[in-house]
Write a protein that binds this ligand. Sequence first.
Ligand code: SF4
Length: 369
Amino acid sequence: MPHDPYRALYLHLPFCVRRCGYCDFATSAVPADAPEIDAYVEDLCLQIRRKAKEGELGALETVYLGGGTPSHIGLARLSMLLYTLSLSMHLTPEVECTMEANPESLTERMVRDAWALGVNRLSIGVQSFDDEVLAVLGRAHSADDARRAIEAAHTRFENVSVDLMCGIPGQGAESFEASVREAAALGAAHVSVYPLTIEAHTPFDAAVLAGDMEEPDDDVEAAHMEIAACVLAEAGYERYEVASYARPGFECRHNIAYWTGVPYLGLGRSAATMTQNAERRMRVQDGRVTDDMDARGMAAEDLMLGMRMTCGVPDELVEAAAVLLPDAPAVLAELEGEGLVAHADGRWRPTDRGWLCGNELYGRLFDLA
Ligand code: SF4
């Protein structure tokens, strides 16, 4: 279909040194020297060149190399990929280009080369600075590896993000708080905090079913999220999304694109693409249509996604949505009455309670369509 230009590009690198016990991402444990990775990266480069030729990469504002573990594919393949990218689009410093990395495979050399080839943001999968917690998760790195990786990242990058997890069995509030404090003390510009979820068909799922592992407790996770909010606010970070904190100016523009209805192109195994025009929004993954919405569905989804962000949605967006979804203002007023959203300064914003009861909040808005 004729569509608006893609403004975000996601490249999926589905390889890891080993599988973590909780992971249900599209990734597999493959040795770093496996020919399978060469073939995959070569194919990804071909796809990038093809999309460039088709004129699909001309309006990109953000690029995200995610996984899997992009740093696991090694310097030579990463260089080929980034070089291909720089020949295929305007990879200027204004384009936010993020690469995910894990501490066990991020080297200082890789940091320097990735930076020289146009990456300007590194997102490091730390999860915790507590070795016992890392062992429970089945991570391939230690807390010291994470400290070294962040230090290496800072040899070139100002924009370094650290991912942390909470609600992990055996992780007390003190351990979690110490990790959050350490991420801030190490100078992360951005911190993401995700509660552990037990996904079907993972080793953690099997352990919970067998009674060998406690299921994460919602109240504990909520308490941990609260700790992160307090510690990071004190340290000068802004919570701009339910799970994301940034020092001013270091918000992740690529993730914001996902939450604000910006069309994105995904290349690589299981990468999702969102294509849209004024009347229709489609998501496609591995050649399969996963979403196909009309303008009503798009309007409802934009309201729902906007509520993930601290800034919520402006009145103009609600007014435009109300043309297609006449119940939207009444539902927002109802949600306000229940303390899930608040209205001020021309915007509807989620409250802390709204985020805690996220399923209720997002569900009610999505159901408008
Ligand atoms: S490193 Fe990340 S993508 Fe790889 S197995 Fe662990 S959680 Fe999954």
